[in-house]
Design a binder for this molecule. Structure first.
Ligand SMILES: Cc1ncc(COP(=O)(O)O)c(C=O)c1O
Length: 376
């Protein structure tokens, strides 16, 4: 039986809601330019990889022992980074931080710890509903408007109706790239907490945005959990480190359900070493933003509709499902690009595709290939 099959044998006591599902994930096909999973395209600088290698080699003989279960050094290093770069002058301590193997695991841990139903906007990060399902929770979607913007009044009425225990808000949003302004975040967090709910602000792409982090609301809002990751701006997707930032009570609650020793010693050592080079790791963020604007203007000049992005990817449309500009449907175009070595992402929004900002050469290649295809 293939990994993706949904013909499950009767004897397998698989949960009913999983029977029709396939595992989440972007197609792992080889392509010359892989612009589909919102990674940072720049390799780690040599000094950072040497520093990680040195740290790990110094402690290799200790792999007979379990890692620090509470990842104290890594949590302190993350708190220092957040106090220096995310909310300068902040005084977060390691007790305000919970790291795990990528922010997906952090989100799953939150859903395991708290009861009740979950809600969030749509379209948004498709793992949020999947994680809710995996942890046995109902997920209610509140649609964004046709421009992928938030209708604040409608959203707050829906929150009042649904009274979710956990509300997901992603800013900048994936797959649209749009940010939600701070005052609107505050109103949503207040609406959710009025009914006793927690709001998770997923800031996986926060470093690419000019907007301040929702962390500024933490002093006045105990029901807020900000989740960030080292996978995107930090160029550390393979290192698998994401983290929650919240009040100490919230972090203590997460520890009730975390697996013992969930973060390997190697991950912890690598994370601490990488964070000691935060400045160098983030140095390409500016270049990625310049390339994002270049790609957006090129796509516009080719006649596509471009959603303004604050992240390291761009959602663009104008396909024949929606308008007749390009004469191509989004899935046809996706395939034509792949046949020419450029892999982007069909995120399942009719008439739109998402491209991750790559290296300058990859971005130029994408535009050249796109121009060739649509002028065929
Ligand atoms: C909005 C959002 N949140 C979380 C994640 C998960 O990232 P990771 O598990 O690599 O930290 C992603 C990854 O694409 C994302 O787009």
């Amino acid at each position: 039986m293939s990994e993706k099959s949904s013909n499950w044998p009767e004897w397998l006591p698989l949960r009913q809601e999983l029977r029709s599902r396939t595992p989440y994930g972007a197609p792992q096909v080889s392509a010359d330019s892989r612009l589909n999973t919102n990674e940072n395209p720049y390799p780690l600088p040599d000094e950072v990889s040497s520093s990680i290698a040195r740290e790990i080699s110094l402690h290799l003989s200790e792999l007979n022992r379990y890692p620090d279960r509470d990842a104290v050094k890594l949590r302190a290093a993350i708190a220092n980074y957040v106090n220096a770069f995310v909310r300068p002058g902040g005084d977060l301590k390691s007790g305000n931080i919970w790291p795990a193997n990528g922010s997906n695991e952090v989100l799953q841990t939150i859903l395991l710890a708290f009861e009740g139903s979950v809600a969030g906007f749509s379209p948004s990060y498709s793992m949020h509903p999947l994680l809710a399902m995996g942890t046995g929770k109902r997920f209610e979607m509140i649609p964004l408007d046709s421009n992928f913007s938030l209708d604040l009044d409608a959203a707050i009425s829906q929150i009042d109706l649904l009274r979710p225990s956990i509300f997901f808000l992603t800013t900048p949003n994936n797959p649209t790239g749009r940010s939600i302004p701070q005052n609107e975040i505050r109103l949503i967090v207040d609406a959710v907490s009025k009914h006793g709910g927690l709001t998770i602000v997923d800031e996986a792409y926060g470093e690419f945005s000019e907007d301040p982090s929702a962390l500024e609301l933490l002093d006045t809002t105990p029901s807020l959990i900000v989740v960030r990751t080292m996978s995107k701006a930090f160029a550390f997707a393979g290192g698998r480190i994401g983290y929650a930032i919240a009040r100490e009570e919230v972090i203590s609650a997460l520890q009730l359900v975390r697996l013992p020793y969930h973060l390997s010693s190697i991950t912890q050592l690598a994370g601490v070493a990488a964070l000691s080079h935060a400045q160098e790791l983030l140095k390409e963020v500016g270049q990625i933003k310049i390339e994002r604007e270049w790609l957006s203007s090129q796509l516009r000049s080719l006649g596509f509709t471009v959603v303004k992005s604050d992240a390291n990817f761009i959602l663009f449309g104008g396909f024949k499902e929606v308008t007749a500009i390009s004469g191509w449907s989004s899935d046809q175009l996706w395939r034509e690009l792949l046949d020419r070595g450029v892999l982007i992402r069909d995120v399942g929004i009719k008439g739109f595709l998402r491209v991750t900002v790559g290296l300058p050469d990859e971005n130029r290649r994408f535009i050249t290939v796109l121009r060739q295809v649509i002028s065929k």
